[in-house]
Design a binder for this molecule. Structure first.
Ligand SMILES: *Cc1c(COP(=O)(O)O)cnc(C)c1O
Length: 372
């Protein structure tokens, strides 16, 4: 009798989002019973808990992180035609938010850790540059000292796309809290997922906070008077209730991801055809990575991917295989050599709280035998 080989999908939505199904259902039932759906207590409580978790003064729940970024750019005063520098290895959402806030998204190349290369920012600064939007990709917070130094030199605002980095830190400080505002996503597959779409913006600046509250609610102030153009982009009360409960388990789910990353590292670090991501550093290191994703570089990537699929292992190409600056139909025409080189080799391996250590061992052994 042959042993059945395991099946390891890239993500298990119903398993991961259904772990606490009974609790979620009772929170939903409670909200229905009280008729509490929009801008109610659970939202306020979640916003407080989120701000306390990352150490920011304020948090504002929004419909999703894409909206959160757009509102954050508007709240920090981006004006029509202002240029915003961002890493091309990010979701198109980052650039779309800049675009819809009236700005011009300017993609910049990446460094060895796949994040915005701060050393390349300065060359991209023009008289129109107004802001930098670093994406804290894959659960890693980049070298923010370098970004903040450059931002100070040219008087640029920093808005962090921390959609993939809630809980991640650089030198003890949480992703999302370095600049004028930071944005998290609660899409189900993100580190802290809700049962649908959700997002939040954090800031320490009372003026930015006030504008965010208005912008997400039709431009209405606390008295209900319309004081500016606004959007409807509120985080549902039901989602906020689920998120508040799940936030309490975020650190343990991060610990699981970091342990899986350590196992991947042990197994893959000596394979010459594979480059693994940095970390996990220990608690005293500069980077506290939370491994939203485990993104490797692999020689002969497409064949490896098919080989893994043939053995039941799901993998993913980031953004369907294209960085933002290659979305030519959006008007981008840059060439960014390092990003392009990476995208011929990049591959995302299963990494989420439903993955077991044995499964990482299995995936790793397949990769070893592929290159043997
Ligand atoms: C998921 C993601 C977004 C968008 O988040 P939504 O909540 O789905 O709008 C933006 N940027 C990055 C880097 C992301 O991974």
């Amino acid at each position: 009798m042959t042993q059945e080989s395991p099946v390891i999908p890239y993500f298990r939505y119903s398993e991961i989002c259904g772990v606490d199904q009974d609790r979620s259902l009772s929170l939903i039932a409670g909200a229905i019973k009280r008729g509490a759906f929009i801008l109610q207590d659970e939202l306020v409580q979640f916003e407080r808990a989120l701000a306390a978790y990352v150490g920011s003064r304020y948090a504002v729940g929004v419909a999703n992180a894409t909206d959160g970024l757009e509102l954050a750019f508007r709240a920090v005063g981006l004006r029509s035609g202002d240029e915003v520098l961002f890493a091309s290895h990010t979701m198109v959402a980052t650039a779309a938010a800049i675009h819809f806030a009236g700005g011009v998204p300017i993609p910049v190349d990446i460094g060895a850790d796949h994040l915005l290369d701060a050393g390349r920012l300065e060359a991209a600064v023009t008289s129109k540059t107004r802001a930098i939007c670093p994406t804290q990709l894959n659960g890693r917070t980049g070298d923010m000292d370098a970004v903040l130094t450059l931002a100070a030199k040219y008087e640029l605002s920093v808005v962090e796309d921390a959609a993939q980095a809630l809980g991640s830190k650089f030198r003890g400080r949480y992703a999302g809290t370095f600049g004028a505002a930071g944005v998290y996503s609660f899409y189900p597959a993100k580190l802290l997922g809700c049962l649908g779409d959700g997002g939040a913006v954090v800031t320490d600046d009372p003026a930015v906070y006030g504008r965010l509250l208005e912008l997400r609610d039709h431009g209405r102030d606390a008295e209900g008077e319309v004081v500016r153009w606004g959007r409807n982009s509120r985080l549902d009360n039901i989602q906020a209730a689920v998120l508040a409960a799940r936030l309490e388990e975020l650190d343990s789910s991060i610990a699981t991801r970091r342990a899986l990353a350590a196992t991947y590292r042990r197994n893959l670090e000596n394979i010459p055809q594979v480059v693994i991501p940095p970390g996990p550093d220990g608690p005293d290191g500069d980077h506290w990575d939370v491994f939203q994703n485990y993104e490797i570089e692999a020689a002969d990537r497409d064949r490896l991917r098919r080989y893994l699929a043939g053995h039941g292992v799901g993998t993913l190409l980031p953004w369907g295989g294209k960085p933002v600056h290659q979305l030519r139909r959006l008007g981008f025409d840059q060439n960014l050599h390092r990003t392009e080189e990476l995208f011929s080799r990049v591959l995302m391996l299963p990494m989420n709280p439903s993955v077991t250590d044995e499964e990482v061992e299995y995936v790793s052994s397949l990769i070893r035998s592929f290159y043997r």
